[in-house]
Design a protein. Structure first.
Length: 286
């Protein structure tokens, strides 16, 4: 049994923590607003951007999963989470328990490729957006702290209770058709399972690579995704948008390293992950 702290115990962190508790680990969740009660996870009320709040945390953890989410997509909100929060937590453990290992949940936004290239863990990371740059600096902070730490980069997260893409499909008039614009995603359930998988590997002392990319097997063109989902939802298909050559094509994410480690995706494609949709039921996907 290991002691695990989940810093940022929201939807995905909570579900992963409950599974890790089922595995026999002692799991503690850190949140600014903890739930009333949870029979599997004990909570600490704290805000990591406030150094004084770290006095509420004991340091006796074998593993810390850092999965905080900014309140909004502003630069300051990202700095609070991925600069101040990261620095405060690493400083606390460096002074009190430097052997603690960290699993940091990052994002494929650290990549800046825009020509449809395949990217993996060894690809150049030169994000254009300030939010991606801030997350990348957080990655570097965790890896500089210890070579035993691990980074997991999730692509776009979707699932039954995440309707953003479905909303876009339902109201979309046209979608980029040429050149193809590639999209990358991972189902919420796979995010949870990947965190459990890597956490148990780290606790067992397995030799891991410093970075893993977690995205499903199908970095499909946006045109194909929108048409398939439009059919599933029973709404009109979008019109084709033909853009000049050299227009943004995004990137394609490879999950080879994670699969070679032994992880098997629950949902290998959005075609599987959106199988809860019934034709003509948009607005009622429960």
């Amino acid at each position: 049994m290991a002691r695990i702290l989940i810093a940022g115990c929201g939807d995905i962190g909570l579900a992963a923590g409950q599974l890790l508790a089922d595995d026999g680990h002692d799991v503690v969740g850190l949140r600014r607003h903890p739930p009333a009660n949870d029979n599997k996870i004990r909570y600490i009320k704290a805000d990591l951007s406030n150094p004084a709040d770290l006095e509420k945390i004991d340091s006796g953890f074998d593993l810390v999963i850092y999965i905080l989410t900014p309140d909004e997509r502003s630069e300051q909100s990202y700095r609070n989470v991925f600069e101040s929060g990261v620095a405060n937590l690493l400083n606390f453990f460096s002074e009190n328990n430097p052997d603690t290992r960290f699993l940091f949940v990052s994002s494929t936004s650290v990549y800046g490729q825009t020509h449809g290239e395949w990217v993996d863990e060894d690809s150049v990371t030169e994000p254009d957006r300030i939010t991606g740059k801030i997350i990348l600096q957080a990655e570097k902070a965790f890896l500089a702290y210890s070579s035993n730490n691990c980074i997991i980069r999730f692509s776009g997260i979707y699932g039954r209770d995440r309707s953003r893409l479905l909303d876009l499909v339902a109201r979309c008039d046209e979608v980029q058709y040429q050149p193809a614009y590639y999209t990358n995603r991972i189902h919420r359930d796979d995010c949870i399972a990947v965190l459990r998988f890597l956490s148990n590997k780290m606790i067992a002392g397995a030799a891991l690579e410093p970075v893993y990319l977690a995205s499903d097997d199908d970095p499909a063109a946006k045109w194909d995704v929108f048409n398939d989902l439009a059919d599933k939802l029973g709404v009109e298909r979008p019109e084709k948008a033909i853009l000049p050559q050299g227009s943004d094509q995004n990137k394609r994410c490879s999950n080879r390293r994670l699969k070679q480690l032994g992880y098997s995706f629950i949902y290998k494609s959005y075609r599987d992950g959106y199988n809860f949709i019934e034709p003509g039921c948009y607005g009622n996907t429960d």
